[in-house]
Design a protein around this ligand. Structure first.
Ligand SMILES: *Cc1c(COP(=O)(O)O)cnc(C)c1O
Length: 472
């Protein structure tokens, strides 16, 4: 499989070449030249496979430059009961029967209790493999306000050839999130707490990676949400959820997806395009409703950080959805000139765009519907489910459930993707149900563990110096 840029760059790199890169040279995102179609016989065969083998089969359709035996080994080492807590890896829980069954699919049983582990754990092994093959090293520099940074650190810890420098805003993440990251003792993981806010961290990452001489000298890379390998790894659990919710392949299901950067639901779009019988993809936002606005009106109007609200589902506090260009590229018939006009020119010139009516009219063919949820909705949804069934869900999943209920179709099962465990967001859970969420036993003493973290002022020069001192 070769890959193309959504903005029309002429190069056609293979998977291994785009694995360690971010954007395409023309600023576009990489996508496969075509989506691999899955026929009825293949679906029937896949239904019986354990998660890791299903993951291997799906990945192998898009990765032909890693020998199959090696790829299978990497995938099987990733998706184990030891890492994800259950043999099913992403088990379904039935919540209720409201016209048709309503399920929650747990994507949050990995080491950092959020769905990002499902892709990141694989990415860690793919990076280690590819760097080893090339005899190269990589220093990953990132900024985090919570889930992404911890998922990246837990995926990269102890990996050969990889060192991580992760910036986080000093004292501004939840106590759980701070303890989770700062307690890592692995010599290749460096936590840098910046005296500032998340935007300061991001500005420093931009400044350091924008210094091309420094970047080349110290082999600086990233693990951002636009990496195609992350989207691809996420395609797998849509298939796994579908197989658990259905008896045969003539049935359809809908998925509700708590969304921010459009990475998770982009994988659902890929699965549906490959032929998985998905009825609707229900996109849920919180008060930061850029994507809901688009799916209601056809206008995409990204917000700056100043207009992005801090909410109680913080991992969805996103003003600009970095994976959204992939979907629009498909929506406009994979027209790269049109995509470039929208995302390259219109965004830069006017700060947004409105699709032509003919383009927007195609959205239903892609299965997408949307809705938004507020702090009050979140609390009410968590409390109501808890009181009625004793099931506790986190704040992001609550946004998904709230919006899912507005988009039920008779006879079609609905699967709400659980993107985090309630233990990560204890303060809001306490506000909703009046008690603390339970936490996995292995993390009981998390806050008491010794910490390894360097505090630095919000100054790119200091961070550069830190990298020079510690990078191998
Ligand atoms: C990252 C994240 C999201 C948003 O996912 P996107 O892929 O950015 O749309 C939702 N919930 C949780 C808990 C997350 O960590």
């Amino acid at each position: 499989m070769k890959y193309l840029s959504t903005r029309g760059d002429a190069a056609r790199p293979g998977f291994s070449d785009i694995l360690l890169e971010g954007l395409a040279p023309d600023g576009g995102l990489y996508l496969p030249e075509r989506y691999a179609p899955v026929d009825a016989a293949t679906l029937a065969r896949w239904r019986r496979l354990p998660y890791a083998e299903l993951a291997f089969e799906i990945l192998a359709l898009y990765i032909d430059d890693i020998p199959a035996a090696d790829l299978r080994g990497l995938v099987h080492a990733t998706y184990t009961e030891a890492v994800f807590g259950t043999r099913a890896i992403t088990p379904l829980r039935r919540l209720a029967d409201e016209g048709a069954p309503l399920y929650v699919q747990a994507l949050s049983n990995g080491p950092t209790l959020a769905f990002k582990d499902l892709a990141m754990q694989l990415l860690g092994r793919l990076f280690e493999y590819e760097l080893g093959r090339r005899g190269e090293q990589l220093n990953i520099l990132g900024a985090t306000s919570g889930d992404t940074g911890s998922a990246a650190e837990y995926a990269m810890r102890g990996k050969r050839g990889i060192t991580v420098f992760m910036l986080s805003p000093h004292g501004r993440m939840s106590a759980f999130q701070q303890a989770q990251m700062y307690s890592l003792q692995d010599p290749n993981i460096h936590n840098i707490a910046i005296e500032g806010v998340f935007d300061d961290c991001q500005d420093i990452v931009k400044a350091v990676s924008g210094d091309l001489a420094f970047k080349r000298r110290w082999k600086i890379g990233t693990v951002n949400s636009i990496n195609w390998a992350r989207v691809l790894a996420q395609v797998v659990y849509y298939f796994a959820g579908y197989f658990q919710a259905t008896q045969g392949n003539d049935e359809r299901v809908s998925f509700a997806v708590p969304s921010g950067n459009f990475g998770n639901i982009c994988a659902g779009h890929v699965a549906r395009t490959m032929g998985l019988p998905i009825h609707r993809l229900v996109l849920a936002t919180n008060e930061n409703d850029v994507l809901d606005e688009f799916f209601r009106t056809g206008t995409y109007r990204p917000r700056g950080t100043a207009q992005t609200h801090a909410t109680s589902s913080p991992s969805m506090d996103i003003g600009k959805a970095s994976n959204f260009e992939r979907f629009v590229f498909d929506l406009v018939g994979r027209d790269s000139a049109r995509t470039r006009a929208l995302f390259g020119d219109a965004l830069a010139r006017a700060g947004g765009f409105t699709l032509d009516p003919g383009e927007f009219a195609r959205v239903p063919d892609f299965g997408f519907v949307s809705g938004r949820s507020t702090h009050a909705d979140r609390l009410a949804t968590i409390r109501d489910l808890w009181q009625r069934s004793g099931t506790l869900i986190d704040t992001h999943t609550a946004d998904g459930l709230k919006v899912a209920r507005a988009h039920r179709d008779p006879g079609v099962p609905m699967i709400v993707l659980e993107t985090a465990q309630p233990a990560k967001f204890a303060a809001t859970i306490r506000a909703a149900i009046g008690r603390d969420p339970e936490r996995p036993a292995a993390l009981a003493d998390l806050e008491q563990r010794p910490r390894r973290c360097t505090v630095l002022p919000a100054d790119a020069a200091e961070v550069r110096r830190c990298i020079e001192e510690r990078a191998p």
